[in-house]
Write a protein that binds this ligand. Structure first.
Ligand code: S3P
Length: 166
């Protein structure tokens, strides 16, 4: 059984870019749980949060993760909040190696401050919000099998580190 490669981490930690690069190098399929949520609902993540609410999105995300965890040999790029549900991590770990892409709140803020599509960060103090969520979620991200330093601008370092371990 070929294990899946699972990428978890905060928004802006580079999960999507790194997943695509791993897919290219390993010639494996890449699945984004956010893209699947958008395709299923026919709405952007922003619209799902706005019109249906976060709880609805989390249920959708949970169902998607349960489904994609049954796949084999794929790379799964998880939304930043996927770890909030313990059941998600259990499903993902069943047949996958979980990598936490770690970047500091300051690095994350610099990367995403000019992007408008992240509903959780549409607040007056986005850096404060990132710090708070980051500290809440750290123990959850730390349940990954491996932590990968994703603070650098280049994705080459994290990609190489992940390839060494799979
Ligand atoms: C979220 C992260 C987003 C997306 C949604 C909620 C979060 O995914 O799932 O906006 O709770 O951290 P990315 O990490 O891919 O931006």
């Amino acid at each position: 059984m070929v294990k899946n490669i699972i990428l978890i981490g905060f928004m802006g930690s580079g999960k999507s870019m790194i997943a695509r690069e791993l897919g290219k190098r390993l010639k494996r399929g890449v699945i984004s749980t956010d893209d699947l949520a958008e395709a299923k609902e026919g709405q952007s993540i922003h619209e799902i949060f706005k019109f249906k609410g976060e709880a609805y999105f989390r249920t959708l995300e949970r169902d998607i993760i349960k489904e994609v965890s049954l796949r084999q040999g794929v790379i799964i790029d998880c939304g930043g909040g996927a770890v909030l549900c313990q059941e998600n991590l259990s499903h993902l770990k069943n047949n996958g190696i979980v990598f936490y892409l770690q970047a500091t709140p300051e690095v994350i803020y610099e990367r995403i401050k000019n992007e408008g599509h992240r509903p959780l960060l549409k607040v007056p103090d986005p850096l404060g919000c990132i710090k708070e969520l980051y500290h809440q979620r750290l123990p959850l991200y730390n349940q990954a099998d491996f932590t990968i330093d994703a603070n650098s601008v280049s994705i080459e370092g994290p990609v190489v580190e992940i390839l060494k371990r799979v």
